[in-house]
Structures are given as C-alpha cells and as structure tokens.
Design a protein around this ligand. Structure first.
Ligand SMILES: Nc1ncnc2c1ncn2[C@@H]1O[C@H](COP(=O)(O)OP(=O)(O)OP(=O)(O)O)[C@@H](O)[C@H]1O
Length: 275
C-alpha cells in the first residue's frame, strides 16, 4: 500500500531530513512509527498524506503519487495531526459537513466510538477540552473507513480510561484492507496494539519488523546479573538489569521502550533492516 524508495527530503538546503529512506507497508497492519524528537515522524506522515513532496526518490501510496492529491486518493486517506484544528461547529454539524467526503463513512461506528469516549453528538466542538476534541477526531478518523488512516501522537492528551478505550476501538475496528499508521512517544499506549514497528533515526529507517518476528528473534527480561549471558543490550534497573538477548527458548512480551533505547544506542547491534 505504501512504497518509499530512496526518498530524499529537506526543509532547507542546510537541514536534510531524509536521505535514502526506504519503506514498504501493506494493508492489514497497525504500524507504530517511533523516533526521537525531530526524527521526522510527522514529516513522513505528511509526505505519505501528500502534504509534503519529496525532492528525491519515489513515493507511491495506494498506487497514487500523494502530492498530486487527486480526489480519489483523498477519499481513501485520513491524516489526523497531533494538534487537530476543528471549525466552529457542533459534533453533529461536523459529521454532516465532512462525512460526505468519505464514501465508506460508517455512522454506526462513529456513534459507537462517541459512546465509548463518552461524547455527546450535540456538543459544540469549541466547548470540548483538548483531550475530548482529540477523542472526537479519533472517532471520526476511524469512522471514515479510509484504507489508510494516519494518526500522529493520537494518545497525547487522553486520560487513562480513554487510552484504554482507544486501544479497544483500534483493535476492534480495523479491517484487513486497511492500514493504520501511528506515530508516538507514548510507547506503552501502542505496545499491545501494533503488529509492526518502524524506527526512524538520522534520516533513515533503522528498524522495521513485525512484532511476531521480533518476539521470535529477541527475548526481553529483567535479570539480577549479566554474568554468563549473551546480552545484546542491557540497562540497569530496579532489581538488576533489563536485558535484550537472542531468543533461544521462549517468547517473552516485547519491551518496545527497551528496544527503542537499544536502537538509539546502536542501531546495528540488533538485527536490522537498514534499507
Ligand atoms: N515546516 C518546517 N520548516 C522547517 N523545518 C521543519 C518544519 N517542520 C519540521 N521541521 C524540522 O524537521 C525536523 C523533523 O520534524 P518532525 O516534526 O517531522 O519530527 P518528529 O519526529 O515528528 O518530532 P517530534 O517527535 O518532536 O514531534 C525537525 O528538525 C524540525 O525542526
């Protein structure tokens, strides 16, 4: 669904953001995009949605060149930015005004999501808090039933019950012909949700792997000492060391935060896809 080849992008000649970026993503997945501040997560998402145009390489999304922004492409791609701007309308009016852009819009799903998020359809958007507005926009994005849904930091501003509701909604509503791309620093919010992880660093994809494959290859544990172990990465922690080791015996839950820290220290240490 998304193919990036040898992509190059710079906001100015002094700051090259992407240099030879390669990535291939297919439908039927929920993909988490991780990276340090300024790694380019939001820029990449904007590029995939056609709001920025790469200066080098090729980018194809659903068979389209995103920056051409043809209507049939825009109907199938929903980008929810980190700070969504909403017009001065009630939730009901917003739905009436914007749902016709999406041919597969699912009003039942929207109503169900509003119920889960405890939002009322008659409320004016200007009266919503930041987190409530965010929840409405998440609900609307899901209800668009676009084939590609992109969410930049979706859980930012959500309280703990809402984060739980978010995960439940995401896991229960995505179809096999859809791709959900999430960027976040809130790794714990997406750990159990995503089935692929992409890590950006220094203008490149330094890691891209399915969570199942990851748990087959690597083990994550808390151990009292490092002695006598083949350790790929370790971090001191309460009670000993958090370690990543080759998985030789059994699958352990993936600790994405530890994986991310390990990749930031040395992207080559873990098995990587340095396209
Ligand atoms: N409109 C812009 N003009 C110039 N530089 C920009 C612009 N937008 C972003 N940048 C720069 O591009 C780099 C990547 O920014 P981007 O917002 O894509 O990163 P990010 O990974 O989403 O960061 P964060 O995690 O902090 O949200 C940063 O160095 C940023 O300063």
């Amino acid at each position: 669904m998304i193919q990036l080849q040898k992509l190059g992008f710079a906001y100015s000649s002094k700051t090259i953001l992407f240099n030879n970026l390669n990535l291939s993503l297919h439908e039927g997945s929920i993909v988490g995009v991780l990276g340090k501040n300024g790694a380019g997560k939001s820029s990449l998402m904007k590029m995939i949605a056609g709001l920025l145009s790469p200066q080098e390489g090729t980018l194809s999304v659903l068979g389209y060149t995103p920056s051409a922004r043809v209507p049939s492409f825009l109907q199938e791609v929903f980008l929810l930015p980190e700070e969504p701007e909403t017009p001065s309308l009630s939730i009901q009016e917003y739905i009436q005004a914007y749902s016709p852009f999406y041919p597969n819009f699912d009003l039942n799903l929207l109503e169900e999501s509003l119920r889960v998020f405890e939002l009322s359809i008659g409320t004016h958007l200007k009266k919503l808090s930041y987190g409530q507005k965010k929840k409405f926009m998440i609900a609307f994005a899901l209800a668009s039933r676009c084939r590609l849904i992109i969410m930049d930091e979706p859980t930012n501003g959500l309280d703990i019950p809402s984060k739980k509701a978010f995960k439940k909604l995401m896991a229960g509503t995505m179809n096999d012909d859809q791709l959900l791309l999430l960027s976040t620093h809130q790794i714990n919010d997406i750990e159990s949700l995503i089935d692929q992880v992409v890590v950006l660093d220094e203008g490149k994809v330094v890691y891209h792997k399915g969570m199942y494959q990851l748990s087959k290859e690597l083990a994550f544990a808390l151990v009292p000492s490092l002695e006598g172990r083949e350790v790929l990465y370790s971090e001191e922690s309460v009670g000993g060391y958090k370690v990543i080791t080759p998985n030789q015996k059994m699958d352990t839950p993936v600790d994405l935060e530890l994986l991310f820290n390990a990749l930031m220290k040395n992207p080559n240490k873990l098995d990587h896809e340095n396209n």
